[in-house]
Design a binder for this molecule. Structure first.
Ligand code: OXD
Ligand code: MN
Length: 580
């Protein structure tokens, strides 16, 4: 028994006063028992055993359906280390407040100790976390989302190097909800929410917020990126990592199905949300997906948008806040086929297509084991990970950004990532459709000052002889009629094809003030239905809009004051000069 772990668990039990303490081993038997308990408690409804074997449907508290950024805190000793990109609270004050919240909060409840490993077991890139929680729902979700249980404990051995995560549902009261991170001591305290991003502490809290700080200190990177391998008909596989803000289609791109024009190509999913990258001995960046499953947005998922996801959710999966049909199958808006005539909606009310309300919550989710994915990369469990040849940034921009462009070099690529912006979605509470700056799609997830984070990116680029080429894409550009100009989904392969060509030193491009843009005939549009005038619009750059963009980015960078690297200001000036 690890003495540091044992004494921490005892300390937490003394504080929270649970009825009993259960150490989770991650076994099948334990999972079966916990799921049965969740069914008995009414939290889980078993799904149709023929169509969704091992599947459960669950509804959350109606006020607990998304990440809550306004009550998420980063608590280093100095406020400037959290930066203007985070809510900060003095750690002494935060601890005092949390001690009060957690005091006796598990009375009459079971306290679960959940050991987990982020990354393949035995990988030098992996990290161990321990989550203590009073939610069995969290335990069974963590079992899907991470390598959970005894093997993680075995890997930890007697080491004290683990991320401490303490979670309680509390009373699920939005007024006392708080998700606090102490990056200096690698600790997370999460109170009052059972929602995935707030409660499955291995995911956003550890693998991004705490890990980004560890990456800064240990010269690696924790990024909000999917990892995708593309295998050519000749059998060569190139890996790309891509960062998009929440609910911009990362899971769909991670599970892309190449269109007919790309006969013989295969896509391999390594990860759909988080990427840890480290310099390898060959001077490239090597990446692992620290997660063990997918926690995807259900609405909009269909055979057209993501047929791989539609197939993988049929086994051992948990659905949260979707609707439930009369024959006990999950249902959501955007699914193929007609809606069910009668269903139970995400709030538990009877629903029909005439109800005039959404049956599934827009941020309803599926939790699915990675092994269910038929295109899961054979490298998913490889302790060394995969070499990344290209990094792709993207956002949801109706006008400014063209379909795709390539940065001039790593430093310019860092600037492209740092100036990312997107229209907000339902993955976090708040207004939907507002443009916000979301550098590297890390705004809600970077555990330290963004100025220092951009500095870390610049340093990482210098630490490798072959940094990935950096691109920016925008699947969401609209025409004058307000309609999307690009078909998206599997058709995005056409853009990835150009990216791969550029990486190989091929691919026709034109130098523009913002970067390299494909020549009109450089994209394979065979069978895409995209005509020449749409393509022209997709690749066009409106100099006036970009002058405004450069000004906005410059003003945004100024908010990071002395923490902003001079090289980033120089990039703004250089862009302005190129724009004339
Ligand atoms: C997610 C998110 O859940 O980014 O992945 O919000
Ligand atoms: Mn995400």
């Amino acid at each position: 028994m690890n003495p540091v772990l044992k004494s921490w668990v005892e300390e937490v039990a003394t504080l929270t006063a649970p009825q009993s303490v259960v150490w989770c081993d991650g076994s099948e038997a334990e999972n079966t028992r916990l799921c049965a308990e969740l069914v008995a408690a009414g939290t889980f409804t078993p799904l149709n055993a023929d169509k969704f074997p091992g599947g459960f449907w669950s509804r959350s508290h109606p006020s607990d359906v998304a990440r809550t950024e306004h009550c998420t805190y980063i608590c280093p000793e100095k406020q400037e280390d959290a930066g203007p990109n985070n809510n900060w609270m003095n750690p002494v004050e935060a601890r005092a407040h949390l001690q009060k919240l957690f005091s006796g909060c598990m009375k009459g409840r079971t306290m679960y100790v959940v050991p987990y490993c982020m990354g393949p077991l035995g990988s030098p890139l992996s990290k161990i976390g321990i989550e203590i929680t009073d939610s069995a729902y969290v335990v069974v979700n963590m079992r899907i989302m991470a390598r959970m249980g005894q093997p993680a404990l075995d890997q930890l051995g007697s080491s004290s190097d683990f991320c401490r995560g303490l979670h309680s549902l509390g009373q699920l009261d939005p007024e006392t909800r708080m998700i606090a991170h102490f990056p200096e001591t690698r600790e997370i305290w999460s109170f009052g929410s059972g929602y995935g991003g707030n409660a499955l502490l291995g995911k956003k809290c550890f693998a991004l917020r705490i890990a980004s700080v560890q990456g800064r200190d240990e010269m690696w990177m924790a990024e909000h990126m999917l990892i995708l391998g593309l295998e050519s008909p000749q059998g060569e596989t190139i890996y790309v990592a891509a960062a998009f803000p929440s609910a911009c289609g990362k899971t769909n791109l991670a599970m892309l199905q190449p269109p007919a024009a790309f006969k013989g190509w295969k896509a391999w999913c390594v990860g759909d949300d988080i990427c840890w990258m480290r310099p390898g001995p060959d001077g490239r960046l090597w990446a692992i997906n620290p997660e063990g499953g997918f926690f995807g947005v259900a609405p909009g998922t269909s055979h057209k948008t993501n047929s791989n996801a539609m197939s993988m959710v049929h086994k051992n999966s948990i659905f949260t806040n979707t609707a439930l049909s009369e024959d006990k199958c999950p249902w959501w808006e955007g699914m193929d086929g007609p809606p069910p005539a009668h269903a139970t909606d995400w709030a538990g009310k009877a629903w029909t297509p005439a109800s005039g309300t959404k049956a599934a919550h827009p941020n309803s989710r599926f939790t699915v084991p990675a092994v269910n994915c038929s295109m899961l990369s054979p490298k998913f469990n490889d302790p060394m990970g995969v070499p990344i040849s290209a990094i792709i940034f993207g956002g949801r921009r109706a006008k400014t950004a063209p379909l795709v462009y390539q940065s001039f070099d790593w430093e310019h690529g860092t600037f492209v990532g740092a100036s990312m912006a997107s229209e907000t979605t339902a993955a976090a509470t708040g207004a939907v459709g507002v443009v916000r700056r979301d550098p590297m799609a890390m705004l809600p997830f970077c555990g330290y000052n963004f100025g220092d984070y951009f500095g870390h990116w610049l340093k990482m680029g210098k630490s490798v002889s072959h940094p990935p080429a950096v691109f920016h894409v925008n699947w969401f550009r609209t025409g004058s009629d307000g309609k999307f100009l690009w078909p998206g989904f599997g058709e995005n392969m056409r853009v990835l094809d150009w990216v791969l060509q550029r990486v190989a030193g091929k691919g026709e491009a034109e130098r523009t003030p913002i970067g390299w843009v494909p020549k009109a005939d450089a994209l394979n549009l065979d069978g895409s239905g995209v005509n020449a005038s749409a393509l022209n619009e997709l690749l066009s750059i409106d100099t006036n809009l970009w002058r405004q963009e450069a000004k906005d980015v410059g003003a945004y960078f100024n908010t990071y004051a002395a923490h902003m690297p001079a090289a980033m200001h120089a990039q703004v000036a250089a862009l302005q000069q190129r724009l004339g």
